[in-house]
Design a protein around this ligand. Structure first.
Ligand code: SF4
Ligand code: SF4
Length: 457
């Protein structure tokens, strides 16, 4: 059989593929296997298929190979379950990269072409991204669009369009609490902090474009917890969406750009930390070292960069989290796969919730199971995604929680749209928004003469 780029790329990963001892312990953890019961839609089956391609036993352009790879959520629950330490996420990205490069997905749909255009020609360019998100916010906040959405007019025309709009609507700042806006910028310390920790928030593109209120809440919460914040203006999209779609070349370009952008901040202070509040981005930022390990100019710097990245909950749980005022609400937490399985940040989010007085925490059954969001999986594989979402929202309803918190924009949007679709009476929020609200109630922030400040406790 002719040697193709796909063979070569998977050949290079053969050591990782051979790490699979076929024990099957990952099967119960895999949502697609659980739903379809097909070995080829399990981690073990997909690794077997990759091996068969690498060894030339099946054709790389076989439609079934790309179909089984397409159906994978990339949730990495199999990695947590695997006793042999198989790094499935890296294998999946390699398989997707080579499939993408060879255009073996012969029936490339309009949706996939659009995705490729967006990934290659919009996300890497901050100005174009800003424009796209500005237009998205205009649509989200438009009275007529909201009216049509609320009255179910969009749903009557097209349920899929309604779901897509629902994902967007979920990104709006919560109407029930004070809306933090540009007039309420990052509070500056009221008096010098005793031992400030040097941090910089990786603001991300979707987070900054659609969840700026959560980014601002993150910065305020860090300031209250004795952090000295630096802004790194030249940062760009982290490249996570590209890596998950198999476009590793663009992901590497974006990684190099971000490493350059944060270089000065990281070299000024050995303990400087890059804070991220989006699990999917955090997982990739922590893997820049792996992504650029063969780049002689960036390998070392990428490693240093990755070592300095912490999820905001992980960072806060390291120290003593400052307590704010009581919030008397019932809350549950859904763990983003890329926080729980990829970053192995498993208990820090609950520690953050425990630091908020008055909260009644309810454990969500299967909290680390994928919600079906998985990047753009909810748009590309709507059936499987909806089935996982129905399951998740059913379990969230059983907790009778008023607030469902998470820590990733994709999950946030998916859960918000799911709450609407399956009529769950709960708000969806980023976890730091609750801590921020508690600090706000405690009077840690004040707004005087158009400027905000943090009151020292
Ligand atoms: S990443 Fe998730 S969906 Fe894909 S094989 Fe692993 S457990 Fe299954
Ligand atoms: S748990 Fe790990 S070693 Fe066992 S079958 Fe799954 S991937 Fe292979």
């Amino acid at each position: 059989m002719r040697q193709t780029a796909l063979h070569t790329a998977l050949d290079a990963e053969m050591e990782k593929i051979l790490g699979c001892i076929h024990c099957g312990l990952c099967l119960p953890a895999c949502p697609t296997y659980q739903h379809l019961g097909n070995e080829n839609d399990s981690p073990r089956g997909r690794i077997y298929l990759m091996r068969a391609v690498a060894e030339g036993r099946i054709k790389p352009d076989s439609a079934s190979f790309s179909r089984h790879i397409d159906l994978c959520l990339g949730c990495r629950a199999c990695e947590t379950a695997c006793p042999a330490g198989v790094r499935y996420g890296l294998l999946l990205e390699t398989a997707r990269e080579t499939i993408l490069e060879q255009k073996v997905q012969r029936g490339s749909t309009f949706q996939k072409t659009l995705l490729k255009l967006a990934l290659r020609h919009v996300f890497p360019y901050p100005k174009r991204l800003k424009l796209v998100f500005a237009l998205s916010r205009l649509m989200r906040d438009n009275f007529l669009v909201r009216f049509a959405f609320r009255k179910g007019i969009v749903r009557a025309i097209s349920p899929r369009a309604d779901f897509a709009l629902s994902l967007l609507m979920t990104t709006a700042p919560d109407g029930g609490t004070e809306k933090w806006s540009e007039e309420n910028p990052l509070p500056t310390p009221h008096s010098p902090l005793p031992t400030p920790r040097a941090v910089s928030v990786f603001t991300g593109c979707v987070m900054e474009g659609l969840f700026k209120h959560a980014n601002d809440a993150t910065k305020r919460v860090l300031a209250v917890n004795d952090c000295q914040l630096s802004n790194v203006e030249t940062q760009v999209c982290c490249g996570a969406l590209h890596a998950h779609a198999g476009d590793l070349e663009t992901a590497r370009k974006l990684a190099r750009h971000n490493i350059d952008a944060f270089e000065q901040f990281l070299t000024a202070d050995r303990s400087a930390t890059i804070i991220i509040n989006a699990a999917g981005c955090g997982a990739l930022l922590k893997e820049y070292g792996e992504l650029l390990k063969d780049d002689p100019h960036y390998a070392e710097r990428a490693k240093r960069f990755s070592e300095s990245v912490r999820d905001v909950t992980e960072f806060l749980a390291w120290g003593k989290i400052r307590q704010g005022a009581e919030i008397n609400r019932r809350v549950t937490y859904d763990a983003p796969c890329h926080l729980y399985h990829a970053q192995r940040v498993m208990t820090a989010p609950q520690q953050v919730l425990a630091a908020i007085p008055g909260l009644e925490y309810k454990q969500l059954e299967g909290m680390h199971d994928c919600c079906g969001g998985a990047g753009i999986y909810n748009l590309s594989e709507p059936e499987m995604s909806e089935s996982l979402l129905a399951d998740k929202i059913g379990k969230a309803k059983a907790t009778e929680a008023e607030v469902l918190v998470t820590a990733n924009p994709g999950c946030h949007m998916q859960l918000g749209a799911g709450a609407r679709m399956f009529k769950a009476d709960c708000q969806v929020k980023h976890i730091v928004e609750l801590l921020d609200e508690s600090y706000h109630k405690a009077g840690f922030y004040s707004t005087q003469n158009q400027s905000s400040s943090v009151q020292q406790k």
